[in-house]
Design a binder for this molecule. Structure first.
Ligand code: HEM
Length: 221
């Protein structure tokens, strides 16, 4: 009798236990369901954001392409006729600066067709090889090559002012010379290569005389 009672008690306890487990399992499944629903929602939001970004990017790329194409059709140039330094790869990847002596610079005067052509303005050296027809020996502006002839850039005295001596020039004339330096610095095809160590000007030497009749130098090409 006692034994039967014990068995009954154990059976009902077991039943209660398994009921509890079922309840636990159900509630776990329910919470799992809500988590997965939550993460599905998150993934959907993520996908929507990504596709919005993709279409914005696509729109941007198409607009840029359209601008370039329109430029080419209207101006015959991909960049609306822009010809500045930003199109020169040397601007983005500048070569190592070179410091020249005047003698070294003279080797790049355009007389050797296998060598680059350099010229200097106020001590700044530029590579003008891309303009070889102008700057080679015999070219319209060949006298500027291989030297710093700053003075001649403003006076136009292409025979007597091929010097870096700027004494006696007005501030406007000096600005004119600087204007040429920036012309070469910001050019699409020319670029700065370094500097030249210039001989000091003897303050007791005479200031170069004005040539009065500046010779217009027409480039040969
Ligand atoms: C102070 C006087 C002058 C200086 C310093 C000077 C300087 C220059 C330089 C450095 C260039 C070459 C530009 C390059 O590398 O692309 C050039 C080009 C040119 N210069 Fe002069 N120049 C002067 C006066 C004149 C005069 C008076 C004339 C007119 C007869 C003239 C006609 C030209 C022409 C037609 C070009 C070619 C432009 C081109 O095709 O891009 N220059 N000048």
């Amino acid at each position: 009798m006692e034994q039967q009672k014990n068995i009954k008690q154990r059976t009902s306890k077991n039943r209660a236990g398994s009921d509890q487990q079922v309840e636990n399992n159900e509630s776990r499944t329910a919470s799992k369901g809500s988590t997965s629903r939550h993460s599905t929602k998150k993934t959907a939001t993520k996908t929507a954001t990504t596709s919005t970004l993709a279409s914005v990017l696509q729109g941007l790329v198409l607009s840029v392409l359209f601008v370039f194409l329109a430029s080419y059709l209207i101006t015959d140039s991909w960049f609306w006729g822009y010809k500045g330094k930003y199109l020169n790869q040397r601007y983005w990847f500048p070569p190592k600066e070179i410091v020249f002596t005047q003698k070294e610079l003279a080797k790049y005067d355009g007389s050797d067709p296998t060598k680059n052509i350099y010229l200097a303005i106020r001590g700044e050296v530029f590579d003008v090889t891309a303009g070889r027809p102008y700057y080679s020996k015999g070219g319209g502006y060949g006298f500027f090559s291989g030297k710093d002839a700053s003075r001649a850039y403003t006076t136009g005295c292409f025979q007597t002012h091929l010097t870096h001596d700027l004494r006696g020039l007005t501030p406007a004339q000096v600005a004119d010379v600087d204007g040429w330096a920036s012309f070469y610095r910001n050019h699409q095809k020319y670029f700065r290569v370094g500097t030249v160590i210039l001989d000091p000007i003897d303050p007791n030497s005479p200031i170069p005389e004005d040539c009065r009749q500046p010779v217009a130098a027409k480039p040969s090409s």
